[in-house]
Design a protein around this ligand. Structure first.
Ligand SMILES: Cc1cc2nc3c(=O)[nH]c(=O)nc-3n(C[C@H](O)[C@H](O)[C@H](O)COP(=O)(O)O)c2cc1C
Ligand code: SF4
Ligand code: SF4
Length: 341
């Protein structure tokens, strides 16, 4: 049915990349031309597809929807006439002892499917796949045993899914998640408009940082500038790669800093100005929000060069004690493009 399988992925900590690799590996015996490429390794305009090609899109869930970086990537794809595609969204599962809590991809899969449809692709299916949650800003990594057991459940599901598609079946999963995602759409929108910028400016490097620059070199969105020490810009998508792979475990998301940031960003305009700004309040509030966080971070970033201030914020963030996570079989170098076969 197909002569080529081309898989594109966005992946912060390796989960979505691993799912793509499982699928590619399991189809290797079928004589297909295979390619697995990172979204940041190609230009969107280079994405091509013709009859006989099945295109797969792999991405993580961020706030019950697709990350903005992936939405933007697909928006820039050229239109096609006769191509087919599917979407696989990885989501963050959690495990507490014997209790397993599945992740929730919300609107992520169907939103990407809709965008692909608009680009001219015939959609063959959408799937959500539980992988260990990588949201290190809010919780520590799962234990290695939980990671292993979750992956051992995920791998056969991913493999079975692609084999079904190649056998000509269509597979649409995640309707309940889609419904919940639609109910939670205001939260997803809030994340896209506000949350991701806030999270980007929570990052800082603690005293262990040796300024090696690995975090900046490997950020899929080019969001870290090395100004002596790393400086996080608004391009950050909170994919967690820098935090997961820093060899010194020096990257923190400052919880105490977030409290300061929250008050700086919300109180003045919210309380004093909104009353007399009327309808324009939202726009002014939003502008103030982005600007105040940017300025505050600039000051904070200079201040944490002073040792005791850096220590203060390091010791008062939970990430300082959180275990880091990345997909266990995925070292940093795995992001390089898998050669076409
Ligand atoms: C900022 C952020 C938001 C997240 N939001 C969700 C979510 O809404 N639902 C969910 O199930 N998992 C969520 N996760 C977990 C990831 O989607 C999940 O661990 C995914 O497999 C990570 O894949 P990657 O390593 O390919 O980036 C979130 C993770 C991050 C970093
Ligand atoms: S990878 Fe870690 S040690 Fe290296 S510059 Fe980034 S934060 Fe510092
Ligand atoms: S700065 Fe870190 S968390 Fe943000 S997009 Fe880059 S690698 Fe991901």
């Amino acid at each position: 049915m197909y002569s080529k399988l081309q898989l594109y992925y966005m992946s912060g900590t390796g989960n979505s990349f691993r799912a793509a690799e499982w699928m590619a590996d399991t189809t290797q015996s079928q004589g297909l031309h295979l390619s697995v490429q990172a979204m940041d390794a190609i230009r969107p305009a280079q994405v091509q597809s013709e009859a006989g090609t099945l295109t797969g899109l792999f991405l993580p869930t961020h706030a019950f929807t697709a990350p903005w970086g992936m939405i933007r990537f697909v928006l820039q794809w050229p239109r096609v006439k006769t191509a087919e595609a599917f979407v696989l969204v990885t989501r963050g599962g959690l495990e507490f002892g014997r209790f397993h809590m599945p992740g929730m991809e919300g609107t992520a899969g169907y939103l990407m499917a809709l965008l692909l449809r608009w680009k001219g692709y015939r959609i063959r299916g959408v799937m959500g796949l539980d992988m260990p949650s990588n949201w290190l800003t809010v919780h520590p990594s799962l234990s290695p045993q939980s990671v292993e057991s979750m992956e051992s459940r995920a791998q056969p599901k991913a493999e079975g899914y692609i084999l079904d598609l190649l056998a000509g079946k269509s597979r649409w999963h995640g309707w309940i998640c889609l419904l919940l995602g639609l109910l939670l759409a205001p939260a997803s929108l809030g994340y896209l408009l506000y949350g991701r910028f806030f999270l980007a400016k929570m990052f800082f490097a603690n005293e262990q940082c040796n300024r090696c620059g690995l975090c900046a070199q490997n950020c899929p969105f080019g969001a870290i500038r090395m100004r002596g020490s790393p400086y996080w810009t608004y391009s950050c998508e909170s994919c967690m790669r820098c935090m997961a792979y820093c060899p010194k475990e020096a990257i923190e998301a400052g919880h105490s800093w977030a409290i300061v940031l929250y008050y700086l960003a919300s109180i003045p305009v919210g309380v004093y100005m909104a009353r007399w700004l009327g309808g324009g309040a939202r726009v002014v509030q939003y502008g103030y929000y982005l600007l105040s966080i940017l300025l505050a971070y600039g000051i904070f970033w200079r201040l944490i060069r002073i040792r005791w201030i850096n220590r203060l914020f390091t010791w008062t963030t939970l990430t300082h004690v959180f275990r880091r996570y990345h997909e266990p079989s995925t070292p940093l170098g795995a992001w390089t493009r898998r050669p076409d076969s």
